[in-house]
Design a protein around this ligand. Sequence first.
Ligand code: SAM
Length: 297
Amino acid sequence: MSAIDWHSNIAESFDSGYQRSARFAERLRVLGALIEQHLPDGGTFLDAGCGSGVFSLIAARRAAHVTGFDGSADMIALARAKPLPNVQAQVSFEVAELGEIAKFGPGEYDVVFSSSVLEYVEDLRNGLNAHAAMLRSGGVLIVSMPNGDSLYRLAERTVFEAIGRPRYLRYVRHMPRADELAQLVRRAGLQQLSTATFGAAPLLGPAMRALGMARKSDTLTVIAARRGGGLRLKYEPPSQGPGGGWCHINLHERYGGTLPKKLEFSQISARPRHPAQDARILEAYKKFEATMKAPCT
Ligand SMILES: C[S@@+](CC[C@H](N)C(=O)[O-])C[C@H]1O[C@@H](n2cnc3c(N)ncnc32)[C@H](O)[C@@H]1O
């Protein structure tokens, strides 16, 4: 049986968890707030491994286009059966596997969303790269996975190795620590914006949270990370050369982790800025570029 078959078998009970379980309610609240924060009005949203579609429907309140896909036809049937919020968004749910993600249009999305899915793929690094490639410049990946720092997850794994329960662990291939996930996200060319844990562990979870140990007990991690936005720069010609002009570059793709903080934060908006702000960014960029000896061409 595959992870997809497993989820097909539990589709209805998984979906009803969102109505009856406090842990699912927290998941809705935390991930829903990140969607609200990063999805622009009229934006595009891709929900990869959307399950029964609950997060797609949150996104549909403000997006213009929402696409949810999942390998499980049973999950997609539940998603399609849900009433759409009273909005103009175009929402579509399709049966497709993560390996087919590129057919939904690389470079087209303001938000790519992945909740509790990538732990099931064979190659996490390739999976994250493929998700990152779906973002438009300035778009944000929201990715949530089991928290590999969690002592509860460690105990769960130990019990699984002894008695084969909980059964879902048969299908889980990855449980990265928050710093490992952050590193993979950065290697996918994204700029990490935030990391949080959520999903209080049963029994000792609330007490560990009260002691400030949420990261060691919460069951889930979520990272939001942006695909570097473009920076439009006016450049000067060498004194005798042809005229200057504009170039549009993606600083993150070009320089990755070597970017100075000032540029890292100033270049992320693809939207127009105040000219004085642009001038400051340009100044910082010129100084930086001189040290990198990589002309803007
Ligand atoms: C734990 S559920 C999460 C569903 C939804 N994202 C949510 O948070 O409510 C995991 C989902 O991933 C889907 N899935 C697992 N592996 C997949 C794959 N290779 N391709 C597409 N979907 C997959 C399952 O069918 C299932 O619906």
